[in-house]
Write a protein that binds this ligand. Structure first.
Ligand SMILES: CC(=O)N[C@H]1[C@@H](OP(=O)(O)O)O[C@H](CO)[C@@H](O)[C@@H]1O
Ligand SMILES: [Mg+2]
Length: 545
């Protein structure tokens, strides 16, 4: 077959290092950039097949998000802008690991299993982050697509959520928006400007926001978008990539894990700041109080703020829609308690990884999902969107209801429903604070986080730990869960769980309790239990200082 002749020829330009095995993990392939050229070419091939199969445009994003600059990675995007489905993750791994001489066989296997008609046309959208290696790696993706006769549109430098958005716009024939970066800025900024009209008396101080761009793509795109916001948001951008290194001592992951402000951001007391990660699909907020203490507002605080706001609007609009918040086991216990007991919203817990949260959120009229690390968005069901639109145009709606439902409509337009999006989430948070007249301190005071600690333990094979109940309980190895249970009993308001990481070769330990000292001690004791019962390697975990 002529098509395969070209694959065969071109694949020689992107050879697989013999014996190298990589896996499509929680967030696609991710490793040192030097190992990825063949992976990119093959993901170009796979995206082309996926496009033929679904008769839709598929996205391929070249990025390694919050990883160090030397790394890179790739994620595939399905037709509605969601993460690629699990079965195709398997194919991705098979194709990635086929040795050079069995690549065509691996390709034919997928075609056969999925019964793909090779005469279908194919279309693939491609984007990349600012890593130096992204230039040649995205070229390898383009080569893969063209060698199977697929059409490509190379968006060049875009954030991950922007590419998800483009794919969704394309496959909905423009219903979701226009598939251009300009179209994205226009849709979001128009919704934001409409929303801020509900808060006409904001001062320049209130409009000011410090943004840490993680020296990555988010910074570039924030600069591009700024004029569209017409000073309704006054962004002070740092770590804009002009001098610092990507994700180095800055960005959302650094701030969340270290629980301190990024370097290069100078905040006066009470000013609010936020950090994006390296591909701008995560965001966390923070401020420093008058005593110089740093306060983090993470994904849990964001989910609480947004769901409270939506619930209030639904009541004002007289709409009977069910709202739920989807979290993972890492959600702070105080947030879960507040949402269930005070807000009376449904809270559901899934396994770690955005695809799990996204699927769970699709089950509700309105599903708000956030990982504690700041990755999340809101999904509105088709029926919910229809009800909102009908009420906007209903001549019998009174003024109060009309105001609420107009705000809801603009909020729907401001949210990137395809995936967590730092820029979109930031604008939603800014709009909510403005409309509700809240400062960042008011927001922080809604509930107080339980002190918590996350640790990592290295074991010889992390797969010996199997979990259940959305990863909150360990089933194996024997005795581990009992050990955790009896340690937890020693502390007040305590909770702890362990799970094998899906992105690193470690076991993660999480503990929370009434004081930082208790959380630290509990996390340490549970780490010791993991080390002893699950085959720890290296030195025994030491107590925290
Ligand atoms: C505790 C934690 O933050 N885990 C992260 C991390 O997964 P692990 O499976 O824990 O390594 O990376 C995932 C992909 O970016 C992200 O979805 C998840 O939230
Ligand atoms: Mg990311």
């Amino acid at each position: 077959m002529a098509q395969f002749e070209e694959v065969s020829q071109k694949s020689k330009l992107h050879p697989k290092p013999e014996g190298l095995k990589l896996q499509y993990g929680t967030a696609g392939f991710r490793t040192h950039a030097k190992h990825l050229d063949h992976i990119m070419f093959r993901m170009g091939l796979l995206a082309t097949l996926r496009s033929k199969k679904t008769k839709s445009t598929i996205g391929v994003m070249v990025t390694a998000s919050h990883n160090p600059e030397e790394d890179n990675g790739v994620k595939l995007i399905d037709p509605m802008g969601e993460m690629v489905t699990a079965v195709w993750e398997e194919y991705a791994t098979q194709l990635a690991n086929a040795e050079q001489d069995s690549l065509l066989k691996a390709l034919r296997d997928v075609i056969e299993k999925e019964d793909i008609s090779m005469s279908e046309p194919a279309s693939v959208y491609i984007g990349k982050d600012t890593r130096p290696s992204s230039v040649s790696l995205s070229q390898a993706v383009l080569d893969g697509v063209s060698s199977l006769g697929g059409k490509t549109h190379d968006y060049g430098l875009v954030t991950t959520p922007q590419l998800h958005y483009m794919v969704c716009c394309c496959n909905t024939n423009g219903c979701y928006g226009s598939p251009t970066v300009e179209g994205y800025y226009q849709k979001l900024s128009q919704a934001f400007l409409q929303l801020t009209q509900n808060a006409p008396n904001r001062t320049d101080d209130q409009k000011k926001l410090l943004v840490d761009g993680a020296n990555g793509i988010g910074a570039l795109k924030m600069r591009e978008m700024e004029p569209f916001l017409r000073s309704e948001l006054q962004v002070v951008l740092s770590n804009d990539g002009s001098s610092g290194k990507l994700n180095h001592l800055c960005g959302a992951d650094y701030v969340k894990v270290q629980q301190k402000a990024p370097q290069g951001v100078s905040m006066t007391a009470g000013e609010r700041g936020c950090s994006f990660d390296g591909d701008a699909d995560r965001i966390v907020y923070y401020y420093t109080d008058s005593k110089g203490r740093f306060h983090l507002l993470d994904g849990d605080k964001i989910a609480t703020l947004i769901s409270t706001y939506l619930k209030e609007l639904l009541t004002q609009a007289g709409l009977n829609l069910q709202i739920a918040v989807v979290q993972t086991a890492y959600a702070n216990g105080s947030s879960t308690r507040y949402l269930e007991d005070v807000m009376k919203v449904t809270v559901c817990c899934t396994k770690t990884g955005v695809k799990h949260l996204h699927h769970a959120a699709q089950e509700y009229d309105i599903g708000v999902y956030f990982e504690a690390n700041g990755h999340g968005t809101v999904l509105f069901s088709k029926a919910a969107q229809k009800q909102i639109l009908e009420l906007v145009t209903d001549p019998n709606t009174n003024d109060e209801k009309k105001r609420a439902v107009k705000i809801l409509e603009n909020t729907v337009n401001l949210i990137n429903q395809t995936v967590g999006d730092a820029i979109s989430d930031m604008l939603v948070i800014e709009a909510v604070l403005a409309i509700r007249g809240m400062s960042v301190q008011d927001w922080d005071a809604v509930y107080t986080d339980l002190p918590n600690r996350q640790l990592k333990v290295t074991v010889s094979d992390r797969r010996v730990i199997d979990t259940t109940d959305a990863e909150r309980r360990a089933v194996t190895p024997e005795g581990l869960q009992e050990a955790i249970d009896s340690l937890v009993k020693k502390y007040k308001n305590a909770r702890s769980f362990v799970r094998p990481s899906g992105t690193e070769d470690v076991v993660r330990v999480y503990a929370e309790a009434d004081t930082q000292e208790s959380a630290d001690n509990l996390a340490h004791e549970v780490s010791l239990a993991v080390y002893r019962l699950a085959g720890g390697v290296g030195d025994e975990p030491k107590p925290l200082q």
